[in-house]
Design a binder for this molecule. Structure first.
Ligand SMILES: Nc1ncnc2c1ncn2[C@@H]1O[C@H](COP(=O)(O)OP(=O)(O)OP(=O)(O)O)[C@@H](O)[C@H]1O
Length: 268
């Protein structure tokens, strides 16, 4: 199969078991949301695919190629990762930080293609006017957008994002999700995003995977994967799942029923 395959992954921090035989498949060009309550293992799973953590058992492959055993530079040509936060060297400018994304591809000096990939990513994330600014002079949301630009400049086949919208204002949350969706559509990139907002996941993603208790408890198109009983049990909160055609909206029951609002647009 072409795409990302995770199978039978086991991971524990010392004796604390976090992932207990996790398997999922994300077809090439698919935008997949990784959902689950705090502490359910979303970051741990993305870090395993990013090779920051090594699982105790299991396999991760892309297009049939074993990603856990491939040389690190080759892995970095395939997979880019946007962490929740970063300890990037703060003296770097935005341009220099985004150029770090080219490291796995680059020789001694950046080529015209390297520079074009950096400029394209900076433009896409709305950072063009901040190119010469140092990272230490950016707001939290601007710095988060630099991390996303760096990951796009890497021109990966698999884009992993760990809650990339948590520091972003509403406009940039939506723009970031639209950008990720469009790179899946235009470039066939396979994207896996750890995200808390079920409705953003439903609206922008093709696939929703729900982690709970170290296992995957739902996996499919959001309109099929979101079940009120399963979500209620996983989050410990009664919810209503409202379906309007292919669109689906999850609403805590304590907030009452929604007014009949027409969905905005159709996809991103
Ligand atoms: N470095 C660590 N050492 C020990 N335990 C850890 C470590 N990092 C995470 N954990 C534990 O592993 C479990 C899974 O954490 P993880 O960060 O993967 O969850 P998450 O689903 O991403 O959570 P959140 O939604 O809060 O970001 C949690 O119980 C957490 O306390």
């Amino acid at each position: 199969m072409s795409g990302l395959e995770v199978s039978a992954v086991e991971f524990g921090y010392r004796r604390h078991r976090v992932l207990d035989g996790v398997g999922l498949t994300v077809a090439e060009g698919t935008f997949c949301a990784l959902l689950g309550p705090n502490g359910s293992g979303k970051s741990t799973l993305t870090k395993i695919i990013a090779r920051i953590l090594a699982p105790q058992a299991g396999k991760v492959s892309f297009d049939g190629r074993d990603l856990l055993r491939t040389p690190r530079r080759e892995h970095a040509k395939v997979v880019s990762y946007v962490p929740q936060s970063s300890e990037a060297p703060f003296e770097l400018t935005v341009q220099e930080a985004v150029m770090l994304g080219r490291t796995p591809h680059m020789g001694l000096r950046p080529t015209a293609h390297d520079q074009a990939a950096v400029d394209g990513a900076i433009g896409r994330l709305g950072l063009a006017e901040l190119g010469e600014r140092r990272l230490s002079e950016l707001s939290g949301g601007q710095a988060q957008r630099v991390l996303i630009a760096r990951a796009l400049a890497q021109e990966p086949r698999v884009l992993l994002l760990d809650e990339p919208t948590s520091a972003l204002d509403l406009r940039y949350q939506i723009e970031t999700l639209q950008i990720v969706r469009s790179v899946t559509r235009e470039q066939g990139v396979t994207a896996l995003i750890a995200i808390h907002d079920l409705n953003h996941a439903a609206h922008f993603c093709d696939q929703a995977v729900l982690l709970s208790g170290g296992r995957i408890v739902a996996d499919g198109p959001p309109a099929e994967a979101f079940d009120a009983d399963v979500l209620g049990e996983v989050y410990g909160l009664e919810v209503r799942v409202e379906r309007r055609g292919a669109d689906v909206e999850v609403r805590p029951a304590v907030l009452g029923d929604t007014a009949a609002v027409a969905p905005q647009g159709g996809g991103a």
